[in-house]
Design a protein around this ligand. Structure first.
Ligand code: MG
Length: 257
C-alpha cells in the first residue's frame, strides 16, 4: 500500500503531520511532508488521536465543469478554458465529520472530486513545471447548495458554507492516471457517480499551470479538479462516501445546521 500522509490532533489538542502505519499508529513528522518534514521518534497510538483534513491550505481553488458529461447534465457546454472559483478554508472538515445542511437551502448536492495538494510555490508555471508542484492527491466533496448557486448567479454562498469541503482522509503521492472515482450514498452498492479521472477535460498539470497564471499557489494549497456526471441531492441523515482507487474513502454524514 502506498504511504499515507495524515494530519492528526492528539488528546492535548496538539496538531501533527505524520505517516499512517498499517497498525493505524501514526509516526509523527517534524514538519509538513512537503516542507521536508522528517520522521521523529514520536508514535501516536491508534486510539490516541483524531484525524484532521490532511493539510491546512491558504486557499482552495476549485474547477467547474471539468468533465464533459457533468457539464451536459448541468445543461451547459464544457468551458473553452478552465472555470475557476474558490471555497473558503473554513469549509474544510475531515473524513467522518458532519456536513451541516444550512437552513437557507432546500437543495444541497454532493460532488465527489480528486483534490491536488500543492507542495511548492507555483507562480506562472508551465504545465510541465506544474507536474513538480503537485505534491500529492487526496479526496474532496465539493458540497454545493444548488438552489443558491442558480439564484445568486455567482457561487460564493452556494459553495462556501461551513462544512462544505470534506477533505481527506490522507494524501498519497502517486496516483494511477486511470484511477476510478466513485460516490456512494448510504449503504447502496451502486455508485451515484463513477468515472475515471483521466476523463477530465483539463488535466491536473494544465489546471495548476492555468491557476498559477492568476494567483500564486502556496505549499499546502488545494485544487479541486471538478466532479463527474451523477451529482444529486443530499438529505438529512444521509451518509455520503467518495472513493478514489489508490487513495481511499472520504465519508461524512449530513445533519441539520
Ligand atoms: Mg465541483
Amino acid at each position: 500500500m502506498a504511504q499515507r500522509y495524515v494530519r492528526v490532533q492528539n488528546q492535548d489538542g496538539q496538531v501533527y503531520y505524520g505517516l499512517l502505519q498499517l497498525s493505524l499508529d501514526v509516526q509523527v513528522l517534524d514538519a509538513p511532508p512537503w516542507m521536508q518534514g522528517q520522521p521523529t521518534d514520536i508514535i501516536l497510538a491508534a486510539d490516541s488521536y483524531q484525524i484532521l483534513a490532511p493539510c491546512a491550505p491558504s486557499k482552495i481553488v476549485a474547477i467547474g465543469k471539468n468533465y464533459a458529461d457533468h457539464a451536459a447534465e448541468m445543461k451547459s457546454d464544457v468551458p473553452a478554458e478552465p472555470l475557476i472559483f474558490m471555497k473558503p478554508t473554513t469549509a474544510i472538515i475531515a473524513s467522518e465529520e458532519e456536513i451541516l445542511y444550512p437552513p437557507q437551502s432546500q437543495r444541497v448536492d454532493y460532488e465527489g472530486e480528486l483534490a491536488l495538494v500543492i507542495g511548492d510555490r507555483a507562480c506562472n508555471c508551465t504545465p510541465e513545471e506544474s507536474q513538480t508542484k503537485i505534491w500529492g492527491y487526496t479526496i474532496a466533496n465539493d458540497v454545493t447548495a444548488r438552489d443558491l448557486q442558480s439564484k445568486d448567479g455567482q457561487w460564493t454562498r452556494a459553495k462556501g458554507f461551513d462544512t462544505f469541503c470534506p477533505l481527506g482522509p490522507w494524501i498519497v503521492r502517486e496516483l494511477n492516471p486511470g484511477a476510478r472515482l466513485q460516490t456512494f450514498l448510504n449503504d447502496d452498492v451502486k455508485p451515484v457517480q463513477s468515472a475515471c479521472i483521466d476523463q477530465m477535460v483539463f488535466s491536473p498539470d494544465f489546471l495548476v499551470s492555468y491557476i498559477s497564471q492568476v494567483m500564486t499557489l502556496l505549499p499546502g494549497d488545494v485544487v479541486l479538479t471538478g466532479t463527474p456526471v451523477g451529482v444529486g441531492g443530499l438529505n438529512l441523515g444521509d451518509k455520503v462516501r467518495v472513493e478514489i482507487e489508490g487513495i481511499g474513502r472520504l465519508e461524512n454524514i449530513v445533519v441539520a445546521r
